[in-house]
Write a protein that binds this ligand. Structure first.
Ligand code: 4NP
Length: 162
């Protein structure tokens, strides 16, 4: 059996953006019946919210799109860097925090700004909504759904199955 494609979504607290991205990407993968191909998880560069469910605002908005978020926040571990094939970070701070953990080029090359996969020409970052209003959370949800599609297309998984 072929190895799964292992995808880790990373933000600061692992209660807003990366669980939203994990849920959106998992939902897309489920819709395409590609669950057997992927291992999907999320984490934070901080341990501020270790063990917490996603922020209630994140969960409410995901729920409205038919996505139930049950992930519990956890901090990024050094072993994640070798284990996962794609380390998808939400902003430049996450990028710097993660890349500073390794000198290995092979690992550094796994780190991508998730916003790079968006379909429009906007900035390639998913902005932190934590201290903002509900619209900011809606925008995060829209963006992570859009980037999920872009990322799946980038992987070319659908094409492999044809
Ligand atoms: P996230 O948002 O990185 O998208 O999960 C945040 C959550 C919590 C905090 C900051 C950002 N915090 O400072 O507690």
């Amino acid at each position: 059996m072929k190895e799964k494609i292992k995808v880790l979504f990373i933000c600061l607290g692992n209660i807003c953006r990366s669980p939203a991205a994990e849920g959106a990407f998992q939902n897309l993968v489920n819709q395409r019946k590609l669950e057997h191909i992927f291992e999907i998880d999320s984490c934070g560069t901080s341990g501020y919210h270790d063990g917490d469910l996603a922020d209630p605002r994140t969960r409410k908005i995901a729920e409205k799109r038919g996505i139930r978020l049950t992930h519990r926040s956890r901090k990024l571990k050094k072993t994640d860097l070798a284990h996962f094939d794609y380390l998808l970070v939400m902003d430049e701070n996450n990028f710097l925090d993660v890349i500073s953990l390794t000198n290995e080029k092979k690992i550094q090359e796994k780190i991508f700004l998730f916003g790079k996969f968006r379909s429009d020409a906007g900035a390639p970052i998913v902005p932190d909504p934590y201290y903002k209003n509900e619209t900011a959370f809606e925008n995060v949800q829209d963006l992570v759904e859009d980037c999920s599609l872009g990322f799946l297309n980038f992987l070319g998984v659908d094409e492999c199955l044809k």
